[in-house]
Design a protein around this ligand. Structure first.
Ligand code: NAD
Length: 502
């Protein structure tokens, strides 16, 4: 048996029960169907039906929010060490079921095994990291003045809503849910309608690990239905959202009446800037990895390549050869580098940009065509001779689609890099330290890597500027969102109080 066949056989075993029962919601510790009936989830690999999924409505969200509200006081009051133990148990179970999670994720989203097997383990790492912070989550400061001792403490904000997208959904869900639970919040999770499998696995794992009923609730459904209802629910105190910038804008409006606190991780059009003094071998590897890994369906992907004119011809020649060599195939095949896009509408969007790029006058240097006639496979695509004002240089394509622009000097590179609505990440390649510091200082981006691809260190702040987001995750930044600061001032003695009416 090939590795692909082994993976397929194992996956079939894991999916069998979902075919029988469908993918159910989890509300107050009970697996329940949705008030709206069901919807279907299909695999992007061959368009086949995976399972029926509970279609949650406003009524299900209401039940889940009430369960989260009921569970909140006890979970919030639990000592941090106990929360830590439970969260580590969740991480243990994720590790034990990492293969199952990765297989399901590949089949549900089209992401390649080589990346999803690591993403499943990163989900466990997210739980371990925040588990260890749980005992100190409430820590505050002592801020004395001559007359008063101010004591700050942190309290969990209450039940929160977590709304996640379909790209690397398991990893992203754990990145939101783990800190919320560590802080003492209870959660209602609304996963993307296109990738419900691993959200269900996570909910089951949390239950098995001993998370009390109602602490994590799962409601599947559509954005306009269950998603909207979650953002409008008065018992939900905050919304952590990962998705498109325009959805973030809608959520802000929907949450206005109930004064929701929001945390947004949104889109990107991230530049990878290669100066002529860079280590070009490494820059080439990183530029390719950062746009074509994860099918380019990655918020932090370097979808704009900015190359200095003096090295552009040689760099492009090597880039084209490598892009043409990328292995597109079945996501469960360990050799596959790029799998199918998530669904037909997204495939149409991504391939539509091929025509847009050509019409705008850029050069299609690689890819741009469909692979096969089943599933949503597309050849990794590269446009050269592009300009910053073109749509392929401005809009988030969210696929294996790279737009290359040349620049003369540092000033022009910075102007192009910042000339988009987004500001999530940037990648800078130069061996000139002074230039690196000067250039990164001018970049409009929340996260920048110099001479590196995206390598995450969990205590560092993760998030974007401009249309790429509001707020930061990671370390204490996550607790800033999921917790309230409380200040208590104690008078140290008999300070003078103004006597009115005396
Ligand atoms: P999307 O905005 O279409 O959907 C995301 C989630 O929001 C889904 O669960 C969806 O059902 C829900 N939703 C949709 N409309 C809603 C509404 N009116 N109210 C409440 N919920 C609603 O995004 P997507 O297509 O699933 O994901 C891709 C996008 O996510 C890209 O733009 C990508 O850049 C972004 N993303 C950003 C980050 C980051 O960290 N900045 C990470 C991953 C993905």
């Amino acid at each position: 048996m090939t590795d692909l066949a082994t993976h397929q056989a194992k996956l079939a075993g894991h999916l069998a029960r979902f075919r029988e029962t469908g993918i159910l919601n989890l509300i107050g510790g009970q697996s329940v169907s949705g008030a709206g009936g069901t919807f279907q989830t299909h695999s992007p690999v061959d368009e086949s039906l995976i399972a029926d999924v509970a279609l949650g409505t406003a009524a299900d969200i209401d039940a889940a929010a009430k369960a989260a509200k009921a569970a909140f006081p006890a979970w919030a009051a639990l000592d941090g060490e106990t929360r830590k133990t439970i969260l580590h148990r969740i991480a243990d179970l994720i590790e034990a079921r990492a293969e199952e999670i990765a297989l399901c994720e590949c089949w549900d989203t089209g992401q390649a095994w080589r990346f999803m097997s690591k993403a499943a383990l990163r989900g466990a790492e997210n739980f371990r990291y925040f588990a260890d912070l749980a005992p100190t989550a409430r820590d505050g400061l002592s801020l004395p003045t001559p007359t008063h001792l101010n004591i700050t403490t942190r309290k969990p904000i209450g039940p929160v809503g977590v709304i996640t997208p379909w790209n690397t959904p398991f990893m992203l869900s754990t990145w939101k849910i783990a800190p919320a639970l560590a802080a003492g919040c209870t959660v209602v999770h609304k996963p993307a309608e296109f990738s419900p499998l691993t959200a269900r696995l996570l909910a089951e794992i949390c239950q098995e690990a001993g998370l009390p009923p109602g602490v994590l609730n799962l409601v599947n459904g559509m954005g306009e239905g269950a998603g909207r209802a979650l953002t409008e629910h008065p018992d939900i105190k905050a919304i952590a959202f990962v998705g498109e910038s325009r959805t973030g804008s809608m959520i802000m409006k929907q949450g206005a009446d109930t004064l929701k606190r929001v945390h947004f991780e949104l889109g990107g059009k991230n530049p990878c800037i290669v100066f002529d003094d860079a280590d070009l071998d490494r820059a080439l590897d990183a530029a390719i990895f950062m746009i074509y890994s994860l099918n380019g369906e990655r918020c932090t992907s370097s979808s704009r390549l900015l190359v200095q004119e003096s090295i552009a011809a040689e760099f492009h020649e090597r880039l084209i050869a490598r892009v043409n060599n990328i292995k597109v195939g079945h996501p469960l095949d360990p050799k596959t580098e790029v799998g199918p896009l998530i669904h037909k509408t997204h495939f149409d969007k991504v391939t539509g940009y091929v025509e847009i790029g050509k019409a705008d006058g850029a050069t299609l240097a690689a890819g741009g065509t469909r692979v096969g006639d089943r599933g949503w496979f597309v050849r990794p695509t590269l446009f050269t001779n592009a300009h910053s004002e073109m749509r392929i240089a401005q809009e988030e394509v969210f696929g294996p689609f790279l737009t290359s622009i040349t620049f003369k000097d540092e000033a022009e590179a910075l102007a192009i890099a910042n000339d988009v609505a987004y500001g999530l990440t940037a990648y800078v390649w130069t061996n000139d330290l002074t230039r690196a510091l000067r250039f990164t200082d001018g970049l409009e981006a929340g996260m920048i890597w110099v001479n590196s691809e995206n390598v995450r260190h969990l205590p560092t702040p993760f998030g974007g500027v401009k249309a790429s987001g509001i707020g930061r995750d990671g370390g204490q930044w996550s607790f800033d969102f999921y917790m309230e600061q409380k200040n208590t001032a104690l008078a140290l003695g008999q300070h003078k109080i103004q006597r009115l009416g005396a």
